[in-house]
Design a protein around this ligand. Structure first.
Ligand code: ADP
Ligand code: MG
Length: 547
């Protein structure tokens, strides 16, 4: 037997669990069932795709309780884990951004706020320590010979790991429940009704039977309906059921902002159930983050994170696509080239964008939340999908000199002044920096509205998007902006000629030209780029990237 230490981050997370940061402890069972369900999916898939020899005729999850011993056991006959996997998967937290998130969690806990944050995180297996003071995991990986593995921990600094000769294939997790606390009615997890209630509430849609076994009293009872949620008509599914399913697939604790059902019949059949989250995950802009949708073929789980089904700029969309006519053996490589998948992807994009557009009128508040959380990602689509410029611009909003609320381009165009033909914008690092830019002076003085673009991606897409509703997008930092119709160019230098000459000579190589301008009202001078030069901020960005 070996005693090992939890990795530092894992230890911190365990601490938070033991000192219970969730008020709702019931969720530990949901987490165990979710893991068991994943393990069953994996076993079925390994058999289908890798030819693993395994009996998949009775894939199931069992829940057994012992009131006297105060234990609760969750058992699955899924893929199981090797000893190394147990150490790697249970002893450490591999997810990126963990340390940072833990810091925030601790702050939230200290501030006694309800730390919803943890939901972003999928605390998973460790949530068992909210209700148990000892957890034993016995597992054997499918397809391996010899012994299995036994893992045991009290959720403090260490765990033990040992061989377990007779472990069946799959994983069994036994919780020794904490002593019953007089004040705490939640510790009823050995009661039949409690187990039934939790399974019904959180795990009804799980595709495998969840059986309750109790010593002696006959046939095990199946506690869940096992109905695939995406296959059921929307009118028959409660919001609560959708929300639980969303949690199962997304590990997000907050309810989704919007739910989208799709169904296509005919030559290529598929069903989709998509969720737009109500807040951005902490790793939205991290390269190695999990993203994409789950792919099923005729109710059989095929893969997670299927990037082929949704473009990168909509990577925050969660959900399931169940296609009827794909092969169960389909690989990622084939998926990328599959014509039908590309068609599904186009339809999903269209549907997501139109759903957001509908929100703008049906629920402006939800729309505002959406854009605040995901706008930065969505704007990447202006670079990635020229064909979708129009629908993306239609759902975009931008900070503006017209008031403190963001504006849509359509609203901007409505407000354009007589004779104004272009949409003016200025990019920069922050609102105040942009507002105080000398470039802004003449526009402010003349009462022109200017969009304030401060996201890094703004620097790039503005060059890729020529116009909106026939109005050109125009940076007020570039070239000559003819607020006063061509006068700028023709302004006679007159008495200023010697000064301009002097400045040009002094600044020499550093500027192309020194000219008189209308664009300033209080500043004496400002720097402008040529119309086709890159903006100063973009120049800075490139320089920062070492180019
Ligand atoms: P997550 O499910 O988000 O990955 P968990 O903490 O719930 O995080 O589980 C960590 C990992 O441990 C899982 O990803 C899985 O690889 C492994 N695991 C947990 N439970 C089981 C199980 N019943 N069977 C096989 N592997 C499991
Ligand atoms: Mg899990």
């Amino acid at each position: 037997m070996e005693t090992l230490e939890f990795q530092a981050e894992a230890r911190q997370l365990l601490q938070l669990m033991v000192h219970s940061i969730y008020s709702n402890k019931d969720i530990f069972l949901r987490e165990l069932i979710s893991n068991a369900s994943d393990a069953l999916d994996k076993l079925r898939l390994a058999k289908l795709q890798d030819g693993l020899e395994a009996d998949t005729s009775d894939l199931h999850i069992e829940i057994e309780t012992d009131a006297e011993a105060r234990t609760l056991t969750v058992r699955d006959n899924g893929i199981g884990m090797t000893r190394d996997e147990v150490v790697a998967l249970i002893g450490t937290i591999a997810k990126s951004g963990t340390a940072e998130l833990l810091g925030k969690l601790k702050e939230a806990k200290e501030a006694k706020e309800n730390p919803e944050l943890i939901g972003q995180f999928g605390v998973g297996f460790y949530s068992t320590f909210m209700v148990a003071d000892k957890v034993i995991l016995v597992t054997r990986k499918a397809g391996t010979e010899g012994h299995g593995t036994r893992w045991e921990s009290a959720g403090e600094g260490t765990y033990t790991i040992d061989d377990e000769p007779d472990a069946p294939v799959g994983t069994t997790i036994t919780l020794h429940l904490r002593p019953k606390d007089e004040d705490d009615a939640l510790y009823d997890y050995v009661d039949e009704w409690k187990i039934k209630e939790i399974v019904k509430r959180y795990s009804d849609f799980i595709a495998f039977p969840i059986r309750r076994v109790s010593s002696g009293d006959g046939e095990p009872e199946v506690l869940n309906s096992q109905k695939a949620l995406w296959a059921r008509p929307r009118s028959e599914v409660t919001d609560e059921e959708y929300h639980q399913f969303y949690r199962h697939i997304s590990h997000d604790w907050t309810d989704p902002l919007e739910i989208i059902n799709m169904k296509a019949e005919g030559t290529f059949e598929y069903e989709a159930l998509l969720f737009i989250p109500s807040r951005a995950p902490h790793d939205l802009f991290q390269r190695d983050a999990r993203r994409g949708l789950q792919l099923y073929v005729k109710r059989v789980f095929i893969m997670d994170d299927s990037k082929e089904l949704i473009p990168d700029y909509l990577r925050f969309v969660k959900g399931v696509v169940d296609a009827a006519d794909l092969s169960l053996n389909i690989s990622r490589e084939i998926l990328q080239q599959d014509r039908h998948i590309q068609m599904i992807r186009r339809r999903l994009v269209k549907k997501v964008l139109s759903t957001i557009k509908d929100l703008m009128s049906s629920s402006p508040e939800k729309y505002a939340t959406f854009w605040r959380e995901f706008g930065r990602a969505v704007k990447e689509g202006l670079l990635a999908e020229p064909d979708n410029h129009k629908p993306i611009l239609e759902i975009a909003s931008f900070a503006t000199t017209h008031g403190s609320e963001p504006t849509t381009l359509a609203a901007y165009v409505e407000r354009m002044k007589e004779g104004q033909e272009e949409i003016y914008f200025l990019t920069g690092e922050s609102r105040s920096q942009v507002e105080n830019s000398p470039h802004m002076e003449a526009f402010q003085a003349e009462g022109y509205e200017v969009l304030i673009l401060t996201d890094p991606v703004d620097e790039i897409w503005v060059d890729a998007v020529p116009e909106f509703e026939g109005k050109k997008l125009r940076s007020i930092a570039r070239g000559t902006v003819d607020l006063k119709k061509d006068e700028e160019e023709k302004e006679p230098e007159g008495d200023f000629a010697p000064l301009l000459g002097f400045l040009k000579e002094k600044l020499d190589e550093r500027v192309k030209e020194v000219r008189l301008s209308h664009r300033l009202t209080t500043s004496a001078a400002c720097l402008v780029s040529d119309a086709d030069d890159i903006t100063p901020a973009l120049e800075k960005m490139y320089r920062a990237m070492g180019q």
